[in-house]
Design a protein around this ligand. Structure first.
Ligand SMILES: *Cc1c(COP(=O)(O)O)cnc(C)c1O
Length: 377
């Protein structure tokens, strides 16, 4: 089966009792045992739940992975994955990552004795120089949030294998429709399903996809032991969203390309970040490893006053955090999505106060461009 078909049919969706075409929401905490020690496959919803299982199987198949796990939020998925490590372990991480991930690493995991080095993942030598005897994991995000930098996954998987590191990628921005990291040899895929996978801004959720039996066992153990799993209704919403992922991603991307082209030519815009632009430093790698360039566009405007004016004036683009929904959003990384990253680190990686990030929604693209045009005037 191809991607679009898997998105609609993967997992055990047959309702033997009534023939419901959509997966029922098994809103139950516990399941009746048939006999002592004998269940019908489920015993307690923290460990596993039938609605969650369909979502987990669907995401695993879309990513070409071994098994999938659904979490309460993207951060719950990340927190669980970080518990594969123990005190004294070292992680090399991309430096321009989601602000909440940076905060989890710097302010939470470090307190438990995990060490981190943040660096730009574009030079094999720089990466290998950062690897220590206690390095156990590499954390990647491509395209990165909010600068849309691209990481060469084939190179990273090669480095990870050579140095015996667990490679983890946050695939939230690309989604498996545009990028399948496991094909390149990445070990573990993480998602905030809050974004494109759900796609309608009506749920928060997360997911992890594994590639080996050992990782599957470890993640299942941690999910159950830590209780970070997703609720049945939330899983159902994400499942419904995934059914239209392919058509949505196509439209997000077509509109994002048109908007990036429009912004490049606009005199009020200093710089546009979009991997689909030929002069983007990661353009060639993105072309090679992705099926498209995605629906996110970032831009630097000329001065903070221009940023404030712009964000107050947009009518269709709403000023809000998050991304990947039908409604277009604009946000200011320095004070919103990346406020949890200290200013010094933000400046070092290039997240300036003049930067705005656009999540291109599913409205008519001419309306979106007209909205940007009037806001930039
Ligand atoms: C939003 C986001 C997260 C965190 O996910 P939540 O569902 O908000 O907890 C992680 N990574 C990326 C790239 C994100 O955009």
């Amino acid at each position: 089966m191809k991607f679009e078909t898997i998105a609609v049919h993967a997992g055990d969706r047959t309702d033997n009792r009534y023939g419901a075409i959509t997966v029922p929401i098994y809103q139950t905490s516990t399941f009746v045992f048939e006999d002592i020690g004998k269940t019908r496959g489920y015993d307690y919803s923290r460990s596993a739940n039938p609605t969650r299982k369909v979502l987990e199987d669907t995401i695993a198949r879309l990513e070409d992975g071994k098994a999938g796990f659904a979490f309460a939020t993207g951060m719950a998925a990340e927190t669980t994955v970080m518990h594969l490590l123990k005190a004294g372990d070292h992680v090399i991480s991309g430096d321009d990552i989601y602000g909440g991930t940076y905060r989890l690493f710097q302010s939470v995991m470090r307190e438990f004795g995990i060490e981190f080095t943040f660096l730009r993942m574009d030079s094999r030598k720089r990466i290998e120089d950062a690897i220590r005897p206690n390095t156990k994991m590499m954390w990647l995000e491509t395209p990165s949030n909010p600068l849309l930098n691209i990481i060469d996954l084939e190179m990273m998987a090669d480095i990870a294998r050579k140095h015996n590191l667990l490679s983890v990628i946050d695939n939230t921005f690309a989604t498996p429709y545009l990028l399948k990291p496991i094909e390149f040899g990445i070990d573990l895929v993480v998602h905030s399903t809050t974004k494109y996978l759900n796609g309608h801004c009506d749920v928060v959720g997360g997911a992890v996809v594994t590639t080996t039996d050992k990782l599957t066992e470890q993640v299942q153990f941690l999910l159950n032991a830590m209780g970070t799993c997703a609720a049945p209704f939330d899983c159902w919403l994400v499942l419904r969203g995934i059914e239209t992922l392919a058509v949505r991603m196509k439209q997000h991307e077509a509109s994002a390309r048109a908007i990036a082209d429009f912004l490049v030519k606009h005199p009020a815009v200093k710089r546009v970040y979009y991997p689909g632009l030929k002069d983007h430093p990661g353009h060639e790698i993105a072309k090679r490893q992705m099926k498209g360039f995605g629906g996110m566009v970032s831009a630097e405007l000329r001065g903070e006053a221009a940023v404030n004016r712009f964000m107050k004036r947009t009518r269709i683009f709403s000023l809000a955090e998050s991304l990947g929904g039908a409604a277009s959003l604009v946000e200011h990384p320095a004070t919103m999505s990346h406020a949890s990253m200290d200013k010094e680190h933000r400046q070092k990686v290039g997240i300036t106060d003049d930067l705005v990030r656009l999540s291109i929604g599913l409205e008519n693209v001419d309306d979106l461009i007209e909205d940007l045009e009037q806001a930039l005037k």
